[in-house]
Design a protein around this ligand. Structure first.
Ligand SMILES: Nc1ncnc2c1ncn2[C@@H]1O[C@H](COP(=O)(O)OP(=O)(O)O)[C@@H](O)[C@H]1O
Ligand SMILES: [Mg+2]
Length: 429
């Protein structure tokens, strides 16, 4: 080490005085970083700056529709008006996601939404960064869409990683008024009526390259919503700081089966809104000491926040589920194994039995702004990718079950309420 330092010193590298780093220099760094982001995005979205989705091969389609591939092809032969896929070579038959959706409908396959059933809001949360919240939000959303759900993803993090994963540059391609920001400012922010105010968040929903998967993007401006909500708390009588997001999403529950919130790693006003809007919590947690330690603070703060809601709300806040998903698990790491064991011991009901392993496939496709489900040509051992997808599917399948149980329980409760209401009405003379 010492020899190295000496060499550097002798070479004169340290003797050279550095120019002081002023704000212009940092601003220049910002510009270069933004140019780099753009280059990466353009590389991933060649040629029209829009991401496109790969096609799905016949065996995959059969799997998604829960059919044997022979059964699928036989049915398609019998019904030539159904999407037949295209055959790039005699051994392969490719379908688009829209075609899979059309087949699902034609074959009358579940999941079917009960009439009048409202979508479920799931918040992916943890007040720590780097715990795979965004990765989980994107993969879960895409998994649900492939299985026939209509999904809305809401990027609530000013860092906008989720938005970038969909091939959108937050800084240059998303205006503040295209995020939740303007809506959270309210109809009369700082005494001025807001021209964009429509009472709900539909106006900021964008379609994505995934059919049936829409996105409310984010940018740095979402951070400004913190100050806006603080100002409203000061200026508006009886303003419940945690309510706007839930109210803005309420009508969208008629448009989607599941609304997934990707949250920021902080206890912010925006996150309090996510906590109130959510029907279910999925807490992503790597089995590492540092993440485990911060989780006790997370649960404590959420409990406090819920108490806060309960002081003003008519009925106490509850969640249909608050489940822990172990993420970034290194299967061969002894410490990970030990901590996973402890977590399962202390949260036996809450911890999902499936885990998401740390996968080199995910690391590899990161620079291409891809999820595992989007990869077409994998630059490596295809089996590594397949194993990673399989693990991701198992974890997502377990979360889907939580969601489905919750949707079914809600449908049942609302049909019981309808029956009770109509029998009340029948009693009226
Ligand atoms: N299972 C995994 N295998 C490999 N890398 C992962 C995995 N899950 C997440 N990562 C990587 O970890 C980093 C942080 O993940 P991210 O989803 O952005 O976390 P968060 O949203 O909680 O900050 C990202 O670079 C992501 O690609
Ligand atoms: Mg994130």
């Amino acid at each position: 080490m010492a020899a190295n330092a000496d060499t550097v010193f002798e070479s004169g590298a340290l003797a050279e005085p550095r120019a002081p780093v002023d704000s212009h220099a940092i601003a220049d760094l910002a510009q270069r970083a933004e140019r780099l982001n753009q280059t990466i995005r353009d590389r991933a979205t060649h040629p029209n700056h829009r991401k496109t989705l790969r096609k799905f091969v016949g065996t995959e389609v059969a799997d998604l529709l829960d059919l044997k591939v022979e059964t699928l092809y036989r049915r398609l032969d019998r019904h030539p008006t159904l999407p037949q896929g295209i055959t790039p070579n005699p051994r392969r038959r490719d379908f688009t996601l829209q075609e899979i959706y059309a087949l699902r409908k034609a074959f009358d396959l579940p999941p079917k939404r009960a009439p009048g059933q409202r979508g479920l809001v799931v918040s992916i949360c943890n007040f720590k960064g780097g715990v795979a919240k965004t990765t989980t939000a994107a993969h879960l959303a895409q998994y649900l869409v492939m299985h026939g759900y209509r999904v809305l993803l809401v990027d609530l993090d000013a860092q906008a990683s989720l938005t970038q994963l969909f091939g959108i540059l937050p800084h240059t391609e998303v205006g503040d008024e295209q995020t939740v920001r303007t809506f959270l400012e309210g109809p009369n922010f700082r005494g001025e009526p807001s021209p964009q105010w429509t009472g709900d968040l539909r106006y900021v929903v964008q379609e994505t390259h995934w059919a049936n998967l829409d996105l409310i993007p984010s940018n740095l401006g979402v951070y400004g919503a913190e100050f806006a909500i603080a100002a409203r708390l000061r200026d508006e009588d009886g303003f419940a700081f945690y309510r706007p997001l839930s109210e803005g999403l309420a009508p969208l529950r008629n448009d989607y089966d599941v609304i997934i919130l990707d949250t920021a790693p902080s206890l912010s006003f925006v996150n309090s809104n996510a906590m109130f809007a959510a029907d279910g919590l999925l807490i992503t947690l790597p089995p590492a000491m540092i993440d485990l330690q911060s989780s006790s603070l997370f649960f404590e703060l959420v409990a406090e926040l819920m108490e806060n809601f309960n002081r003003t709300e008519a009925s106490p806040k509850t969640y249909d589920f608050a489940s822990v998903l172990l993420t970034r698990v290194k299967p061969k790491d002894k410490t990970h194994a030990q901590i996973s064991k402890w977590i399962r011991q202390y949260f036996p009901q809450e911890t999902c039995s499936q885990t998401v392993v740390q996968s080199s496939a995910l690391e590899k496709v990161g620079p291409d702004l891809m999820t595992l489900y989007e990869v077409d040509d994998y630059d490596g051992d295809r089996r590594t990718l397949e194993r990673a997808i399989e693990a991701m599917n198992s974890a997502n399948g377990e979360v889907e079950l939580l969601i489905r149980q919750s949707l079914e329980a809600r449908a049942e409760a609302s049909s019981r309420a309808t029956v009770a209401l109509s029998s009340e009405r029948d009693k009226d003379p």
